[in-house]
Design a protein around this ligand. Sequence first.
Ligand SMILES: [Zn+2]
Length: 235
Amino acid sequence: SAPHPSSSYEDYGYDIIPDRTTEKTKKQFIRESQFTFNHKCQNMLHFAMETSEYPSLISALVSSSRSKVFKGRHFSCEDCDGTVSGGFDAASSQIVLCQNNIHQQSHMNRVVTHELIHAFDHCRAHVDWFDNFRHLACSEIRAANLSGDCAFTNELSRFNFGLKQHHQECVRDRALRSILAVRKISREEARKIVDEVFESCFNDHAPFGRIPHSKKDAAFAYREYTNRDRYYTNL
Ligand SMILES: [Zn+2]
């Protein structure tokens, strides 16, 4: 079911972490200090924040919203179960990066951006991550749509006619899998929820004015978003 070969190890992506006990965090801290995975993860995170437009834009936005501080302590490199790449821990507003499952910088960039979209949603609205599956589905759709998760699929289907259709299918599929990875509901149930909210959530591009096509383009898309009021008053 992998959309393209290089993603086979990162497919089951992202989740909203249900419960991280302090016990585990403590144990994790000791383990972290012993392994170079952590150091590598920190380096890649730093590089992602320094070089790619998306994360810096979104983190700037998140830091100016109601969850005031959003820096180092909001990211945590940890070992994760299975093939999960990262997650957003709503209780602590912390983004977890799975150091044992992220091995490439491009992957790190996407995970950071994906999770920052969740963080943005968390700060912007009162999201009920656990009981309202529509809220979760909506954020997963937005994260898959805006993070570049489906960008490579786009590349592959560039020669096909249904470019837009491919992108939408990729977003739909990733959102579905993210929900199934973290919530005990049937595939049919999850698909129904995704379908119900898809149209409005797929078209909600905040904090971008539209779907960014690349890291560089994200800066322009962000400017469009911040200038939208001025644009309308000029009309
Ligand atoms: Zn997600």
